[in-house]
Structures are given as structure tokens and as C-alpha cells.
Design a protein around this ligand. Sequence first.
Ligand code: HEM
Length: 152
Amino acid sequence: MAMSADDIQKGRSAWEKFYANAEDNGAVVLSRMFKEHPHTVSYFKNFKELQSMAEKASSVELQGLSEVRGHGKKVLSALNDMVQYLDNMDSLKKVTEPLGKKHAVELQVDVKDFDIIFTILLDLLGEKCGGDAKTDLKKVTDLLYEEIKSTY
Ligand code: HEM
């Protein structure tokens, strides 16, 4: 369901705080996902260092890997594109559709893993910027999750 203008404004403002530190925040989100949900490591077959270290390394050690930092930036940059289109569902779908299909068909990522990554992202935002920012961004991630799920 489309968001109200007020929810979009609050959601964007929360997102901007998170995105201001895209590389660090992206790396923290991915490394927590890899440690807390180890099955997610197996999707990233091209990330050789991650594959060799994930089991034994700490979350902080994983955050330092260039593979993790680079990919974290890519993920956050894709989310940033989506946030620009919250007020235009047609344009939003032009971003979420190919991304959802790529993850569903080519990468064979379980759609529930999107719920996992969004939960980790929201928790990190809450730690850094407080509960209001988390509540505001949750309306955004709920919408994005629904859009991505609809492409599966
Ligand atoms: C927040 C939601 C997510 C966003 C915005 C996102 C975004 C992206 C983007 C932009 C790419 C690069 C696509 C390309 O090169 O064409 C990518 C690749 C990939 N994503 Fe996601 N992703 C998300 C969630 C996930 C989740 C939950 C998983 C699995 C747990 C996952 C696994 C992968 C894998 C395995 C690749 C390929 C990596 C490589 O070999 O370079 N993604 N993702």
C-alpha cells in the first residue's frame, strides 16, 4: 500500500541519517546478518574471503573485509534509489522488480531473508538514532518488503 506524504517525509529523514554513513552501516548490517544467520553466507559464493572466514571470524572482523564493505555500499545505494521513489509507485516498481527477480531467480535468495536483513537494518538504526527513527523507517522497509515479495 502506498505511503502518506507525512510518512514518506519522516521515512526519508530517518533514511538520510542512516545513509550518511553508508559504507560503515552497510558493512555492519551484512556482517551481523552473516553471523546471526549463517545460512546467508552460502549465497555469496563469489566472496572468497568471506567464505573462508565467516565461521570463525567475529562480526567486527567481517565488517573490515573489502568484499563486505563494497557490497554493503551497493545494497544501501540500491535502497537509496528506492527511497527516492516512495511517492511514485510506478517508478519504485521499476527498481524493485528487476532487483526482486534477480534475487529470486538468479541468486535464489529466500524472500524471508529480506525480512531478516531489514530487521537488522532497523535495529542498527534504532541503536544509532533512536526508536522514533526506527519506527519511521519501518514503514518504508515494510513497503519495500511487500514490493520485493510481490516479484517472487
Ligand atoms: C535490503 C535488501 C537488498 C538489496 C537492496 C540488495 C541489493 C543488491 C544489489 C544492488 C546487488 C548487485 C546486483 C547486480 O550486480 O546486478 C545484489 C547482489 C547480491 N545480493 Fe542482494 N540485496 C538485498 C538483500 C539480499 C539478501 C537478503 C541476500 C541474501 C541473504 C542477498 C544476496 C545477494 C547476493 C548473493 C548477490 C550477488 C553478490 C555477488 O556475487 O556479487 N541480497 N544485491
